[in-house]
Design a protein around this ligand. Sequence first.
Ligand SMILES: [Zn+2]
Length: 483
Amino acid sequence: MPEELETIIGLEVHVQLATKSKAFCSCPTNFESLPNTNICPICCGYPGVLPVFNRKALELGLRVCLALGCKINGRIYFERKNYFYPDLPKNYQISQYKVPLGEGGCITLSTGRKIGIERAHLEEDAGKLIHKEDCSLVDFNRTGIPLLEIVSKPDINSADEAFRYLKLLKLTLQYLGVSSCDMEKGYLRCDANISLKEKRAKELGTKVELKNMNSFHGVKDALESESRRQRISLEKGERILQETRLWDETKKQTFIMRTKEEAHDYRYFPEPDLVDFVIEEPMIEEQRSFISELPAVKEARFKKEYMLRENGLTEKEIDILISHKWLADFFELSVKELGDSKNIANWILGPFLELTNSLDKGFEQVKITPANFSKIVKYFLEGRLNNLGAKKVLVNVLTNNEDIDKVIEKEKLTQVSKEEGLMPFVEQTISENPKPVSDYLGGKQSAIMFLVGCVMRKSRGKANPKVVKEMLEKRIKVKGGKI
Ligand SMILES: [Zn+2]
């Protein structure tokens, strides 16, 4: 029986690069188009047509390679990967084989583990098959859309580590602005290789390829299940066969798709219709200039600056703030205005995100500036606006950045803290609610909050609840609750 088995995982991620047109023709790439409307003789592989390489695809791919610390190959060329499949009208895919765009590099997880990058290469996507009950349909809109395939080294040791790697890689790609990475639209896809070996063994075990995972959780579950399957087989003394297996999301298990004997020989050869491309220094420098602070670095800095201090943020709060570059920037600019990270974070993670998530296009629709936003929080902290009033102002200005003071005046939202203004509401509330008043007098502390709520409603949310509570307590105790 083998002892101390170690799981070895490598991941292949395909990311769709955010270009307006396809990799080798001028067809648009929008996802919403009707099937087979974004197509032309080039991406449909008509005889005699010639591909023209999209410079933007090269630039975005280059940006990723630089951010991952890859060595850039200065002269690249494309090759044909030959195979037949109904979603591939040319019967070959233009890809890079011997010389990828980038090689080497790594991603450092927050656990400190470095996951090496084997290579990153450019290629075009295939079409999409849609299987119906009695037939299969093919949509070529996706055919020829530029992809970057990022292949990790077999440095990953668990399903959980694979999940962390994918999350960080996705966030990095989003920060770089090279792809929305929308998995539901297939903009990011992942295949995995997994094998088990004895810890001391130098040679890797027989690897199994896993496909058909549609989410990062799917990848994690598939790797866990496959690791278990291989472990059980090895412990029984069985041999692992080199094969490709598909993940069944419903049954939560992998099943065999093809064995090594059925594996393709793609007969790669250089694409004769495209010239070699030389990547010159100015292009590299230009792309490097688009790389700002990456998520792993930002996370470490946020923890240092905002977590490790009195009244600091929690790890979870930081996780949410850095989950979107725009949000992280908005947070920091607001903190700069107000100088109070805890309260800014509370208002961003609470009302601000709640409102933003209800917008169709999320952050894209938000117009409020960090200066205006921090003013709302400031007014709240100063007591000029109560919680409800501050939220109302935020609703009013979130998508138009209107002047806060004008909105407060227009909506008459200034918090009422003066006792004379509130006394009539307090009196009324006490006379209308004899039961809660006597409950409070009888020692039921929570009854006072009910009465505060009544006064708040009467003032249409404008009263300062702290002042109201004090007034009620004073008034009930002084007169024993009697009118
Ligand atoms: Zn086309």
